[in-house]
Design a protein around this ligand. Structure first.
Ligand code: MSP
Length: 501
């Protein structure tokens, strides 16, 4: 079994307390692009996304709306799912933490951890944010008018003191530090350093993993104490094991897990390092191959989110450009792991106009028209080696960046190929050439490679374009060679993007 040929891509599972916005779409689209990129090269891929349905936040939201929590999450979860369907997210499973197999897995794991001595009883007190589903330490919260405030939701924290169960993650302090400091799991590395410093400064304390049912009834019951439900974050993290059948098919699980690429926003870094790596270690499972962390989408400097009321809606964006795949392209183009990305309609429009309409879209249109007008759509292999040498380097950079998960860089190099090809046409003026075969064939090859590189981002749009040029998409890396196609049969001149109305 070739372990390297497996890729398992995960997104965070989202709280379905409201419909998704572009911030959620950001992670989900990037994850889908990564999965599709490896799929295109012939890997076995599995994309997991879903909804995180238990806990105080959902319990309260349901109560507020006068609904039973299960009815509420059923409705909301299917709304999430339909957004991802519209955005062309090719998930292999849409997991819900209320799924039966997930509940079984959670109970199995809890029993295992209890058996191994990692769970013990105790009393906990602290300041809690139900928006984050997290206790905040003194160093983390903000104080306003003598009241501790959540740094993310900017709302007062609640003081909670109760008997609970603890998870002994403190034992894994050195282990987690080693992964963070010496490993290359967390990407970009700055995030590993951030968490490592936090652990070195504050230590790694055991966490409270249970809630009295009298307070939080909406959760998975502890298999060894019916008076408690499980802390929602432990429930949620375990979805990554349920998703690829940890309890059902250990061989398949092991294969996919060896190629695990987990995407998260930087807000949930602590959970996915300190806590997640410890739980995995308790179960004897290695950390994921990669934990890919991205920064926020911001609007006028503030993290886009429901609680701050500054969301750009997915449907408005789709409506503006008339094609859901344009949303995917914009996200791919602006993705930034290290730094927050400011978004606005002006930024979106300029990306759409410059990259899609005037660069790539224009190239496709003009070359197809030339092919039809001057050589009847029948274009035979005649490669301009000299020009190809220039753009081959760009292609290699695009591929390398894709493989290293640097999506926006990969897209930039890809667009450079299109840009150079437009200039090539302006220089060669094939409409004046006695025999324009070489110029047109070479331009078509450049279009094909550009399109293949854009395929993970805009799968349907690209499929349509390539079909009009008479090309089928394969699943291998050799199709990325210039000169791969012997003959084009251009049947139609695509007009893939329209002016914004
Ligand atoms: N349910 C937890 C995750 C559990 S994973 C085991 C959760 N859910 S969430 O609905 O709040 O979604 C969090 C994720 O959405 C973030 O980590 C991030 O990936 C994405 N984003 C939400 N708003 C965002 C921005 N404004 N900008 C970038 N990403 C954003 O936390």
């Amino acid at each position: 079994m070739n372990r390297n040929r497996y890729v398992y891509v995960t997104t965070p599972i989202y709280y379905p307390n409201d419909k998704p916005h572009l911030g959620h779409a950001y992670t989900t689209i990037l994850a889908d692009i990564i999965a599709r990129w490896f799929y295109l090269q012939g890997y076995n891929t599995f994309l997991l996304t879903g909804t995180d349905e238990h806990g105080l936040k959902l319990q309260r939201e349901a109560e507020k709306r006068g609904k039973d929590p299960k009815t509420f999450v059923d409705e909301m979860s299917s709304i999430f799912r339909s957004y991802w369907d519209v955005l062309g997210i090719g998930y292999n499973r849409f997991i819900r933490t209320t799924d039966k197999d997930h509940e079984e897995l959670v109970k199995y794991v809890l029993n295992k951890l209890l058996e191994k001595g990692y769970i013990y009883r105790g009393r906990y007190s602290g300041w809690y944010c139900s928006g984050c589903e997290k206790f905040y330490s003194e160093k983390e919260y903000i104080i306003e008018n003598n009241t501790p405030i959540c740094p993310i939701h900017k709302r007062p924290l609640e003081f909670i003191e109760e008997d609970t169960y603890f998870l002994r993650i403190s034992e894994f302090r050195d282990y987690v530090l080693k992964i963070l400091k010496e490993g290359d799991v967390v990407y970009p590395k700055q995030y590993a350093i951030e968490i490592a410093s936090k652990i070195e400064l504050e230590g790694l304390q055991d966490i409270s993993i249970a809630r009295p049912k009298s307070r939080v009834y909406w959760g998975i019951e502890l298999p060894f104490d019916p008076n408690y439900t499980l802390y929602v974050w432990i429930d949620a993290l375990l979805n990554y094991l349920t998703g690829i059948g940890y309890l059902k098919n250990i061989e398949e699980f092991t294969n996919y897990w060896s190629g695990a690429i987990q995407l998260i926003g930087k807000d949930i870094l602590w959970f996915h390092t300190a806590i997640w790596f410890s739980i995995l270690a308790m179960l004897g499972i290695p950390p994921p191959r990669k934990l890919l962390v991205h920064a926020y989408l911001t609007v006028k400097g503030h993290k886009m989110g429901k609680s701050l009321g500054n969301v750009i809606s997915i449907e408005d964006t789709i409506k503006r450009y008339g094609n859901p795949e344009v949303v995917r392209f914009i996200i791919a183009r602006i993705a930034n792991y290290d730094k927050d990305t400011e978004v606005s309609w002006e930024i979106y429009d300029s990306i759409y106009n410059n990259d899609l309409l005037n660069n790539y879209g224009n190239l496709v249109r003009r070359v197809a028209v030339l092919a039809k007008r001057y050589i009847n759509g029948n274009v035979e292999r005649d490669l301009d080696e000299q020009f190809v040498r220039d753009i081959d380097e760009l292609k290699n950079k695009a591929i390398e960046n894709y493989n290293n998960l640097n999506i926006s860089e990969a897209i930039k190099y890809t667009l450079d190929i299109a840009h150079n090809t437009n200039s090539y046409l302006n220089r060669r003026e094939p409409w004046k050439e006695a025999n324009p075969m070489k110029t047109i064939y070479t331009a078509l090859e450049a279009i094909r490679i550009t399109s293949l590189l854009l395929q993970p981002v805009m799968p349907n749009t690209i499929k349509t374009i390539l079909n009009m040029l008479g090309v089928e998409i394969e699943r291998n890396i050799k199709q990325f060679n210039f000169g791969y196609i012997e003959k084009y049969k251009v049947v139609e001149a695509p007009l893939p993007f329209r002016k914004i109305s």
